[in-house]
Design a protein around this ligand. Structure first.
Ligand code: SF4
Ligand code: SF4
Length: 285
């Protein structure tokens, strides 16, 4: 699913979200204060994307962390970028208004993120998915966040979407809820459910749990993948404290030329597992 020959950039640009009430444990609350991109900022970003494209070829741009469709100026920037890059957005589909006018290409991708508290049922959300497809987006898979205490209904929802022919993945909640920290504090029973879904979609689950054999494995993060913040700062990996490789708004980015040794005990994003060079020994659960 991930083409590791292209430079893939996760753009942490959506700085707003239209989800009301917000999702439990939302990790981006500090970013959702309603700050839309200004036209001048969008122009700076357009120049940065054009520069990055010129330096490293066709990009795979993913807009996430917040809700891209809640910022019309960002969506216009992404529509421009989609003319000659792969553009992917992760969207809650609360408001479809900004999804129009994308280039009619299969690689304008959308990941539909289902938040059951916001919808009257799976059927209603599925109708939104169909509408996004009518607007030319390739909704190539659906995502359900797996929250502690809700997994039974999450599995029912997943199965409903599977029965209706969708690709769907349960993404284990990561972060703090109450006094518990996830994934560390998942019960064995809950983790068995989550692990089963990860294995169905990505072939393994152990890399998400602390204590894997991941640390020290070579990874293409920083050479074929970047995490770019709203200030333009480009980090090698999405995890906090990963090496800063420059700033795309200032045009001083230097990609790594060799795989870096993963400094982390686990990797919470299964799409990133494609960047690991070599086979990480399986950890017994
Ligand atoms: S849709 Fe995403 S950004 Fe918005 S409240 Fe939910 S988790 Fe947070
Ligand atoms: S394996 Fe995951 S956590 Fe480790 S460097 Fe690569 S992307 Fe980051």
């Amino acid at each position: 699913m991930i083409d590791t020959t292209m430079l893939r950039v996760h753009l942490q640009l959506p700085d707003v979200c239209n989800m009301r009430p917000e999702c439990r444990g939302c990790s981006t609350a500090h970013q959702r204060a309603g700050r839309l991109l200004t036209p001048a900022q969008a122009q700076d970003w357009w120049q940065a994307i054009t520069w990055l494209r010129g330096q490293h070829g066709r990009l795979h741009i993913v807009a996430l962390w917040g809700e891209p469709t809640a910022d019309p100026i960002l969506m216009e920037l992404l529509r421009r970028a989609a003319r000659d890059n792969i553009v992917e957005i992760v969207s809650n589909l609360v408001d479809l208004g900004e999804l129009e006018n994308v280039p009619r290409r299969a690689d304008c991708r959308l990941v539909a993120s289902y938040h059951p508290h916001a919808w009257a049922g799976t059927e209603v959300f599925w109708e939104r998915v169909m509408e996004a497809r009518r607007l030319a987006w390739n909704v190539y898979y659906m995502l359900l966040v797996g929250y502690p205490g809700e997994l039974e209904s999450t599995v029912q929802d997943r199965d409903w979407f599977l029965e209706h022919g969708e690709q769907v993945a349960i993404m284990p909640f990561g972060g703090t809820l109450g006094r518990r920290l996830y994934p560390r504090d998942w019960s064995a029973a809950d983790w068995a459910i989550l692990a089963g879904d990860l294995e169905r979609n990505w072939g393994r689950s152990d890399l998400m749990r602390p204590g894997t054999a991941l640390r020290g494995m070579p990874c293409l993060a920083g050479s074929r993948y970047l995490w770019i913040g709203k200030d333009g700062k480009a980090q090698a990996c999405y995890q906090p404290g990963s090496p800063v490789l420059g700033n795309v708004l200032q045009r001083d980015l230097r990609l790594l030329t060799e795989p870096m040794a993963c400094p982390y005990p686990n990797c919470m994003c299964p799409d990133q597992w494609a960047y690991i060079v070599g086979k990480v020994p399986q950890t017994a659960e």
